[in-house]
Design a protein around this ligand. Structure first.
Ligand SMILES: Nc1ncnc2c1ncn2[C@@H]1O[C@H](COP(=O)(O)OP(=O)(O)OP(=O)(O)O)[C@@H](O)[C@H]1O
Length: 249
């Protein structure tokens, strides 16, 4: 089967409490999936295991039917903290995943500049991270995650520290990029509205189990009207109930 398959995953850290319990899930090629859940329910553990960054105690991850035994090579990662290197320029930060192994080519440097343009941060190409706002740093972190043109993108609360308007702008720009690159995305957030706005599918996790999945049938591209539509509110209500453990009809 193509795509990413999470097959009967269970996990505990150092023999402690079970943080993931028999999780099965499938992320199809080119789809955008969002994982929501309360703090500590196991979201980051799920993402680390699904991406091959961490090995599960029980179960397997399959990529196009092949077992994943190490971090997925064809993947980009974005975490809550942009973790840029302060002593490198924005351009050098974006090229860093390549420069770790070898010198970047002129073509790759042009690609980095094009990504900075797509992320609307090209005016800061030669700035240093500390000269940027939090939102601008997040834009650079996304460009860096995409420099190797990955098929998979894993994001763990990438916009959690940003104000509401900046966050919404970044959601739009991320969606445009994902559509442009046909990426398969797993995105973690605490924010139900964010999940509904960006995702094709939302999964709700509670105490290490997926307790609800919802297909987001909102038209694309998503716009400001989407955020104020009645369907958006209905989906928000359903997911809120699922998060609170109320049986969803
Ligand atoms: N490296 C670790 N060693 C031991 N326990 C851990 C480790 N990482 C996470 N845990 C525990 O596993 C559980 C799930 O943590 P995880 O970070 O996956 O949750 P989360 O839903 O992403 O939380 P948050 O929303 O607060 O980031 C928590 O009880 C946490 O304390």
């Amino acid at each position: 089967m193509s795509g990413l398959t999470i097959d009967h995953i269970s996990h505990s850290y150092d023999g402690g409490k079970t943080v993931l319990q028999g999780v099965n899930y499938h992320v199809g090629d080119g789809e955008f999936h969002c994982l929501v859940g309360r703090s500590g329910c196991g979201k980051t553990s799920f993402l680390k295991i699904a991406s091959g960054l961490m090995k599960a105690e029980v179960g397997h991850i399959l990529l196009d039917g092949q077992q994943v035994l190490k971090p997925i090579a064809d993947a980009g990662f974005v975490f809550q903290s942009p973790t840029l290197l302060e002593w490198k320029t924005v351009l050098e930060n974006v090229l860093f995943p390549i420069e770790l192994k070898r010198k970047s080519t002129l073509e790759e440097q042009d690609r980095a500049k094009a990504l900075l343009e797509l992320m609307k941060i090209e005016q800061h190409t030669y700035s240093f991270p500390l000269q940027l706002s939090g939102g601008q740093q997040s834009r650079v972190a996304i460009a860096r995650a995409l420099i190797k043109n990955p098929q998979y993108l894993f994001l763990d609360e990438p916009f959690a520290a940003l104000d509401a308007i900046t966050r919404e702008e970044l959601q739009d720009d991320l969606l445009a990029l994902c559509a442009h690159h046909q990426m398969t995305v797993l995105f973690i957030t605490h924010d139900i509205a964010e999940a509904i706005y960006v995702a094709d599918h939302v999964l709700v996790m509670e105490e290490g189990k997926i307790v609800h999945t919802e297909t987001i049938d909102l038209p694309k591209p998503r716009t400001l009207d989407t955020r104020y539509s009645s369907r958006f509110n209905e989906l928000g209500f359903v997911l809120r109930q699922a998060l609170e453990g109320v049986p969803v009809k």
